[in-house]
Design a protein around this ligand. Sequence first.
Ligand code: UT7
Length: 333
Amino acid sequence: MTKIRAAITAVNGWVPNYVLTNKELEELVDTNDEWIQSRTGIKERRILKEPGQGTSDIAVNAINGLLKKRGITADEIELIICATTTPDMQFPATANIISDKVGAKNAWGFDVSAACSGFLYALNTASKFIETGTHKKVIVVGADKMSSIIDYTDRATCVIFGDGGGAVLLEPNEEGNGIMDSILRSDGSGRVYLHQKAGGSVRPASHETVDNKEHYVFQDGQPVFKFAVTNMADVSAEIMAKNNLVADDISWLVPHQANKRIIDATARRMGLDDDKVIINIERYGNTTNGTIPLCLWEWESKFKKGDNIIIAAFGGGFTWGAIWVKWAYDGTK
Ligand code: UT7
């Protein structure tokens, strides 16, 4: 019997219109364009400014475009998994809100929380529902309104993050294409270096937590950088070795966009030339769960059926991993 694999059959991304440039940040904090570009690779990022809009609205824009591209209706969707670090609300899950807003009346759904590796965790989880044959149309959406948890007086974090997201549709494939293998890891002791201090059950919101600015991203950048460089490169090399893939076999690396230097180190470790490495960090910064689907969306027209793609990420938790995908369709210009 032919194995059923979960193939990505459509992809779409969405970013808000407002462009926050390095120049504008120079007016908010003690930073400069040269530092930001040379240390991170970022030139600008998008910010969702419209009052009353949140992560679900980013996701809804991405999903509505996805359904149109694939030519299907929302009621055909059976499951929506939303990877996010900035849910609309503490509860219910943003996936539930998204289902309602897109009119996916027959879908159930849930959120996956794994910081910058969330899209990988969600993609792996979603693939199991297809592989077992219980579901035929599953959407994985990765989206974040990072500006809702960023302190624009903290130069260590405000230059890095942006808002945006994207969605993929997973469907069964019996031609040997789709998600081939995944390696996912986590190490919770890394939480001390990257987290949001308050707003959870350990330290609920209070006047004190607000006054202390504890509802924003805290990041001790250097240790995170060191762990990210090592682990993202290691896991990418590991998934290649495990599947007997060499650099020539790989068509594309789709890396989480946290820092251009981390991406370069991963590509070097895999032995890949620059032209196989997808990078859009200069325009969007780090959109957390949005980076990978945004990359897939922007490069979709270049992908060919059968292309070997390695998707890799590292994020808060710590969480990290790599997924090997055999692309299932030819991109159209
Ligand atoms: O996506 C989830 C996972 N996150 C990551 O992967 C992020 C990993 N970390 C990083 O990408 C980098 O650590 C950062 C981009 C966050 C920081 O870059 P760095 O090269 O590690 O800089 P640093 O924190 O070691 O700071 C170097 C210097 C310091 O000044 P002194 O002490 O050398 O005088 C900082 O105070 O740069 C200073 N600095 C800045 N200067 C201008 C820190 N932030 C800024 C800034 N503008 N925005």
